[in-house]
Write a protein that binds this ligand. Structure first.
Ligand SMILES: C[S@@+](CC[C@H](N)C(=O)[O-])C[C@H]1O[C@@H](n2cnc3c(N)ncnc32)[C@H](O)[C@@H]1O
Length: 468
């Protein structure tokens, strides 16, 4: 018998819904219905609703927390409702997910979580839907979060399903992450990694080298020399005041770009290429480094709207950087042996950035991996062709999936073994970092991790084209 049936007709109280919850629900619905990106949509909805700082923080926590833990909450909701979630009206399911998050993972009082959810259900659903939401959430509130974890765990089909359920990741993602850690001999870190994926990342900043300095209250990053965080205050205000010379950028992304620029001294007149540059975070750092060393830079991005973002990101750097809008796959044939250094920050599943893209884990499938590895292979072939003999290439992904990382590098070495060789990437990254990193596995590549380095799980492989 379901919670709703057990209690009979419910009598939810009528309360005005808080604007923060309405904004959160609005974003959850847009993510489900139209594949919206929460990190892009949420700020515009917060601005449109003119939320106070406190309400904006609440809306952000509710939206991101609900999306991250959606897989787990769905299992709880299915038990409490006595039916699978695909048999619940989707708008009501959004309300239930938001309510479950408040009941199981926040300090919101249970009565407020239930009453506000009922108010939201009234706005999106029918009268019976309102009673249903009330019943299911009251059932959830009747047990402690620990009791729900036990219930969900006891229904898991196998060990991988149990880990995936409790950490709210798809099973195939758990397996891919485990394989990647296994390849480093660090499989025991899996649960810590999954936990880190469910933890909001800090706002990390960069002062573009030679163009801006850290503010007085900055806390330097552990690893990236130009990276820092600020305690309180408004990081966005800092970005605006600096005219874009201070930017928000993950520490792992900074290290990936710096691995290319600082692997060896820059020679006056070197030509650099950023093959897949949008939206331009690494391009801005490359441009600052090129300017300081007397090199030039070309940025390329296939998608015109993203190429525009690259131009905007580059605007604060006083270096003339052409932005091409070519398919990166043809750059090698159109511009053979033209560049001394190339960054290939390849389109990937983004499984290394689950902390900041909370819905991404539910969107990607193993089929995406297959499609992306085909594209990554073609882009890497093109980059190798565009590289001058003796030139240096950084192959980078924000995914730790072995198919997108070591697999791509290994197959490139097989195809281009006559001209391509691996560089000591770990040594390069250690040499440029402020503090020694705990790196494991093959020293020819670097895999960063959220749980170990508090960065996105960036993969970096430096490759050299042999001199003719
Ligand atoms: C991982 S992102 C790059 C992130 C960027 N380096 C940064 O730090 O902001 C990959 C980019 O490659 C672009 N892209 C996808 N397919 C491409 C292709 N065939 N040629 C060039 N760019 C492509 C995507 O639009 C996306 O902007």
């Amino acid at each position: 018998m379901s919670a709703q049936q057990r209690r009979g007709p419910s009598r939810p109280q009528h309360t005005a819904v808080q604007p923060a919850r309405r904004v959160a629900l609005d974003v959850l619905t847009a993510v489900r219905e139209s594949d919206a990106y929460a990190n892009l949509l949420l700020p515009t909805r917060i601005a449109r609703a003119a939320l106070s700082t406190a309400d904006a923080a609440l809306a952000t926590e509710l939206t991101y927390g609900t999306l991250r833990m959606q897989g787990y909450y769905d299992r709880v909701i299915a038990i409490a409702a006595g039916r699978p979630v695909d048999r619940i009206d989707p708008p009501l399911l959004d309300v239930l997910r938001l309510g479950a998050h408040q009941l199981l993972s926040t300090r919101v009082a249970a009565h407020a979580a239930v009453n506000e959810s009922v108010g939201l259900a009234r706005e999106v659903g029918s009268r019976s839907g309102t009673g249903f939401v009330n019943g299911v959430l009251r059932e959830i509130g009747r047990h402690t979060p620990e009791e729900w974890r036990d219930q969900v765990a006891s229904r898991a089909k196998n060990e991988d399903d149990r880990i995936a359920a409790l950490a709210s990741h798809p099973v195939w993602v758990v397996r891919a992450l485990r394989r990647s850690l296994e390849a480093e001999g660090r499989v025991e870190e899996l649960e810590e990694l999954l936990k880190a994926d469910n933890t909001a990342p800090r706002v990390n900043l960069i002062a573009l080298p030679g163009l801006a300095s850290e503010p007085d209250d900055a806390r330097p990053d552990r690893f990236s020399p130009p990276g820092f965080t600020v305690g309180g205050g408004d990081p966005q205000g800092l970005v605006e005041e600096s005219g874009g010379r201070i930017r928000v950028q993950d520490e792992g992304s900074q290290l990936a770009a710096l691995a290319l620029t600082r692997a060896q001294p820059v020679l006056e007149g070197e030509r650099w290429l950023d093959l897949c540059a949008g939206p331009g975070g690494k391009a801005a750092l490359l441009a600052a480094e090129a300017l300081a060393g007397g090199a030039t830079l070309v940025a390329n991005e296939l998608v015109p709207a993203r190429a525009e973002l690259v131009r905007r990101a580059l605007a604060p750097v006083p270096l003339d950087v052409p932005v091409w809008e070519l398919d990166g796959v043809v750059v090698g044939t159109e511009h053979p042996e033209a560049f001394d250094r190339i960054l290939l920050d390849a389109p990937c599943t983004g499984l290394g950035a689950l902390r900041r893209r909370p819905e991404a884990r539910w969107r990607k499938t193993p089929r995406d991996v297959a499609e992306l590895t085909t594209l990554q292979t073609a882009l890497l072939d093109s980059a190798i062709a565009a590289l001058k003999p003796g030139g240096l290439l950084a192959y980078v992904t924000c995914s730790p999936h072995l198919g997108e990382t070591r697999g791509i590098v290994a197959s490139a070495l097989e195809r281009h073994g006559d001209v391509l060789e691996q560089e000591a990437t770990a040594e390069t990254v250690q040499a440029l970092a402020n503090e020694r990193l705990d790196l494991a596995g093959d020293p020819a590549t670097v895999q960063l991790w959220p749980h170990r380095h508090t960065t996105d799980a960036m993969f970096i492989a430096l490759l050299r084209k042999r001199a003719a």
